[in-house]
Design a protein around this ligand. Structure first.
Ligand code: E4P
Length: 216
């Protein structure tokens, strides 16, 4: 399972990459706007830490998306072009497949959209589980359905669980066998934690102090 950080904050990428478990980063226009930094510089800085950085096109027509995809792909070999799940996006995905440009199809909310994106050659698809949960649907149920379809057809497209909101989403992504989960910084920081680990560490440290005292 690959773990991505969902952010446009380079400091956060450096921090989590230092753990030795980070496989990639996903950005989107909202995350980039939040940081207020230059988009290309941000993407290039992140490419130093991970082999897969999703950079989203902002055009809404296929010609504009294809132009941006070609430009982004030249920035760095670690760039993955993020393309929205629209008809224009499908045309762009096929174009990128022909050009050998890696893609991440974003804003996927149904099995049918997932299948279309896979058939158009998306390297990755991003179903948004949190936004489905927010809308009163079951985001992780969609992941289960998509993976079930993938078992039938063996699409090479990786399923990335996006819009995660809590550690339970990551646990469910892992147990369902999703290829990738992208995780916000605040959620990522919670993943290594367990109260029994803290209690166990305290007991070991206290007992080790006793050993040292007895030996002195
Ligand atoms: C994924 O690539 C998206 O950037 C992200 O997961 C969206 O999450 P949100 O629904 O919390 O904005």
């Amino acid at each position: 399972m690959k773990l991505f950080l969902d952010t446009a904050n380079v400091t956060h990428v450096a921090e989590i990459a230092a753990w030795g478990i980070l496989d990639g980063v996903t950005t989107n226009p909202t995350l980039v706007a939040k940081e207020g930094k230059d988009f290309k510089e941000t993407v290039l800085a992140m490419c130093k830490y991970v082999p897969c950085v999703s950079a989203q096109v902002t055009a809404s027509d296929a010609e504009g998306m294809k132009k941006q995809a070609g430009e982004y792909a030249k920035w760095h070999t670690h760039v993955v072009v993020k393309v929205p799940m629209t008809v224009e996006g499908l045309k762009t995905l096929s174009f990128c497949r022909e050009k050998g440009i890696r893609t991440n199809c974003t804003l996927v909310f149904s099995v049918n959209q997932a299948v279309l994106a896979a058939k158009a050659g998306a390297t990755i698809i991003s179903p948004f589980v949190g936004r489905l949960d927010d809308a009163g649907e079951n985001g992780m149920a969609l992941i289960a359905q998509i993976l079930q379809a993938w078992n039938h057809y063996r699409f090479p497209t990786e399923v990335l669980v996006a819009s995660t909101r809590n550690p339970d989403h990551i646990m469910q992504a892992a147990t369902l066998g999703a290829h990738i989960a992208t995780i916000p910084y605040e959620v990522f920081k919670k993943l290594p934690l367990h109260p029994l680990t803290d209690a166990g560490m305290k007991k070991f440290m206290d007992d080790w102090e006793k050993v040292k005292k007895a030996a002195s």
